[in-house]
Design a binder for this molecule. Structure first.
Ligand code: SAH
Length: 218
């Protein structure tokens, strides 16, 4: 069997057993997760675990999120195809690819130069995405020039929702972010109503630290 068919089968299994089985229903999210080649985003030495039910190290002390968590967070953003989305914490770029499949434009910010460059290479050169803008820096400050956003996703855990992100979210827009301490967080979905966030908890999670002006200190 061809290698690409083996990965396709691994993705089908991942979507059935890890994602659908846990209640993710958004057909567009399921389709994107069937399509994006997750094995390209993991370290080559861990490629045989690319579709496994857990996070994996990606260098610089960071991790690529568990597939189910990617699906849960993405579904909560309620993307229909015409949104401008801000992502804080590009990391491997896997979540970025899923967003690029589902939204009009993705603005992604990463604080580690090495991770950003690696993600850019895979997303642009290997996979040919044309609807992603990249920025190196502190994502807790948001991306003022590109705001306001229809949806914001933060893939690192902070002590609170950074106020600049609330300011840069459109009325009616959705934000998904893990909030808690450095060891454990609650994944929160917020909808902006009357200038404020109405929040609902989604799940208990463990993300790497969101480090920045409105995050944890270095
Ligand atoms: N979605 C990514 C998750 C990577 S881990 C993936 O699945 O691959 C979280 C990432 O957030 C790390 O790469 C880390 O460097 C980055 N990060 C942490 N604090 C940040 C900040 N203030 N601004 C931008 N990126 C940040």
């Amino acid at each position: 069997m061809l290698e690409k068919d083996l990965y396709r089968i691994a993705r089908e299994k991942m979507v059935e057993k890890q994602i659908k089985a846990r209640g993710i229903k958004d057909e567009r999210v399921l389709k994107a997760m069937l399509k994006v080649p997750r094995h390209l985003f993991v370290d080559p030495s861990l490629i045989d675990q690319a579709y496994a039910d857990h996070p994996l190290p990606i260098g610089s002390g960071q991790t690529i999120s568990q597939p189910y968590i990617v699906a849960l967070m993405t579904e909560a953003l309620e993307l229909r195809g015409n949104e401008r989305v801000l992502e804080v914490g590009t990391g491997s770029g896997y979540q970025t690819a899923i967003l690029a499949e589902l939204a009009l434009w993705v603005y992604t910010i990463e604080k580690y130069h090495q991770l950003l460059e690696r993600a850019k290479k895979i997303l642009i050169e290997k996979l040919g995405y044309k609807n992603i803008s990249f920025k190196l820096g502190d994502g807790t400050l948001g991306w003022k020039e590109a705001a306001p956003f229809d949806a914001i996703i933060v893939t690192a855990g902070g002590p609170k929702v950074p106020q600049p992100l609330v300011d840069q979210l459109k009325e009616g827009g959705r934000i998904v972010i893990p909030v808690g301490n450095e060891d454990i967080q609650v994944l929160i979905k917020g909808i902006k109503k009357g200038g404020r966030l109405e929040t609902t908890p989604l799940d208990g999670v463990k993300f790497v630290k969101l480090v920045g002006a409105y995050g944890f200190k270095e």
